[in-house]
Design a binder for this molecule. Sequence first.
Ligand code: DOR
Length: 445
Amino acid sequence: MREILIQNAQLVNEGELCQKDLLIRGEKIAKISHHIAPTGSEELIDATGLHLLPGWIDDQVHFREPGLTHKATIASESRAAVAGGITSFIEMPNTNPQTTTQNALEDKLDRAAKTSIANYGFLFGGTNDNLEEIKTFDTTQAAGLKLFWGSSTGNMLVDDEQVLQKIFSSTDIPIAVHCEDENTIRKNLAEHIAQYGDDIPIEKHPEIRSEAACYRSSSRAIHLAKATGARLHVFHLSTAIETELFSNEKPLAEKKITAEVCVHHLWFSEEDYAQKGTLIKWNPAVKKASDREALWKALNEDKIDVLATDHAPHTLEEKQNPYTKAPSGGPLVQHAYVALLTAVQQGKTSLEKLVEKACHNPAILFKIQNRGFLREGYFADLVLVDLNKKHTVVKEDLRYQCGWSPFEGTTFGATIIKTFVNGNLVYDDGEIIESALGKKLTFDR
Ligand code: DOR
């Protein structure tokens, strides 16, 4: 079996940073030790001066397939992901058709098996009228459920209280929820349209998709989870006030209610709207610098458990529409890891905490088998990074099908050097290596 020995790397894993060697045999990590003597049959990689991290498991991406492939495909975005050190992804159900039936789920799994270079999993969508499907679909085939408790791309709003109650009571798999109160948003939007017409200044986005909309919805979801005992995961927190709803009293494995923050809410603030315009229009909206600071604090204090991207590509043409017609979302998977490694260099968090939230915790939360950690016997999903190599994001290097990035012109303080998925080198110094396709994520159920 093929062996690769990575020597002299600084391993970041399970709260430790330590120089070690790591041996890959086939798909798995065979050995991790302070010194592994080469036998002569392995490929050797001298990683002196580099850091070796687990691949990021991004539990929130939109890869647009099927039905929206003018924006992106599983093939294109999974390659962008591995170029960015994301080795596994969990993809959202707001495609066309929506992933709200067993057949639609199987279709996505088939598509990913044929084209994804990263490991893949999917969330099953809940709507106002697919309760029977939710009760009967094969839960071993999905990472969990996704509910849009607040409308966004794809018309998947679930707002029927009785249905929500039944969904929360019907399953013990994780229920990931987009929380923004629809009534609040509609009222705010109507007021702004009355004043500005379609061309609402983008700076008003956080007044429309407001703090109150987020807080109301997150609070209601938590209330319902407590009442029903559901396993709730609140996606993409964007406000300081929501962080107060979450606790750090128990370790993640024992929590029934967890929270997540996305890269854009940690990187941008409302001060960036003037320069970036609708390119940084997201749902929930990027809010104040003080919200961003509170999100970092909650992450560091373990009130927020998971880091994700909410990678949501749209074409540049679509994004350049006036406010009411410009879709929310942007591509992020290629630069999420380097952005947060740069944030580590700026003192926002530690390397160990980044790896815990981006790699270990998604694996724990979704009970993903044998991934997310540098452990002997686990899949060799690995990223070698150079924390001394800066690079500036330029259009020519983008791997997204949509061909733009909210980070264009940004200089990051770190560079991804190599990415391994299941022991296969799939990204090497700027090049995608078509050595093997990714695997389906499996879950302890
Ligand atoms: O900004 C967003 N874009 N937020 C979402 O919840 C959906 C996403 C998309 O699919 O475009």
